[in-house]
Design a protein around this ligand. Sequence first.
Ligand code: HEM
Length: 173
Amino acid sequence: GSPGHFTRLEPEPPKMNPVVEPLSWMLGTWLSDPPGVGTFPTLQPFQYLEEVHISHVGQPMLNFSFNSFHPDTHKPMHRECGFIRLKPDTNKVAFISAQNTGIVEVEEGEVNGHELCISSHSVSRISFAKEPHVEQITRKFRLNSEGKLEQTVSMATTTQPMTQHLHITYKKV
Ligand code: HEM
């Protein structure tokens, strides 16, 4: 259009790029069901709600956002967003995430069927993220037999070895 004339720029609905087909089971809007469970040796176990949006715009990558909320007050908690890239003609995946806690990280791994296993390749510690700093992150996503998405996150910090931090199941909305 002409200058000053506003139109939506995102193609809608976009045609899926065949490169991302192996990850198409992750696409959609997902809500925690039941609430997620957080654990770590240094923490009291906690629960959380999370809304996930995984989409594409026809590019050979997915866009994601994970936004978590307090289970009682619905106060926003951890948030992260980024991209999931597939190396064309392989099952190699790169997961790139910026988190509201000051962490910026890249994880790498593989998709096999309805399961994606990734682990951190680089975690930025130059930000003023609060201590203890995260040294390593691993995640597993899978689509279970009930059609629900599951995410498990483990981490190692400067004070603790690799231990599970999160487990959550999401229902498609
Ligand atoms: C604490 C990392 C996602 C909730 C922590 C700590 C770290 C961390 C390093 C401090 C542990 C300690 O003190 O020993 C991460 C990473 C995440 C992630 C790397 C994602 C990859 C989440 C999510 C929630 C969450 C989705 C959901 C609400 C909490 C809570 C605490 C905590 C409640 C304890 C209180 C606090 O330190 O704020 N996390 N976290 N985290 N995390 Fe996470």
